[in-house]
Write a protein that binds this ligand. Sequence first.
Ligand code: CA
Length: 223
Amino acid sequence: MMPETIKAVFFDMDGVLYDSMPNHEYTWKESFKTIGIDFPAEEAYMNEGRPGFSTIKYAFDKFLHRQATEEDIDKVYGEKTRLMKECPEAPILLGMKELLKYLNENGVKVFVVTGSKQPSLVDKLDAHFGVLKDNIVSGRDVKQGKPHPEPYLIALEKSGMKKDECMVVENAPLGVESAKAAGIYTIAVNTGKLNDQVLLDAGADKLFSNTQLLADELMKIEL
Ligand code: CA
């Protein structure tokens, strides 16, 4: 059930606020190529939300059938970070600027909960969406990343709200799992390349096929 009163909304960043997943898909593919892994696009979306090191460990297990060493992780992640800096700036997804403004103006607390440690977008959340540092939970703030519930539990604690006064907006199956494991109502928005069913199977309470539809619907809620 959707919360009756909404006092805080926790937004994932990549694929929810920014159309940044094409950059991640490309940089994962290219950085894995340097160590001989042909990383399928679908894997980039299935693993989205995990901390970088965790995705690298997963790929070594699955495609090279061995454990990634610290050196392997540094090499692949270093290359990914380097390539990300060369990528075009990810556009803001449709309706999201308006939605966050609407929530802010109506006294709903807005948090961004992202596995990302890459500063390129995290540093722009204030300028683009009016989200201050205190309201961001990034990859630097957690011991266990998504799909573990920790990131959303930290956001919940920071918000000072009860679980049933909050909701999460996610685009990735592991992100939905994380939010649901934290016990929070979760809306999925399918901005990527996976089937809707993957997000519903992960536990999403409601699903929108794009961010404009999501924004239109949430801006109808009386706050
Ligand atoms: Ca995401």
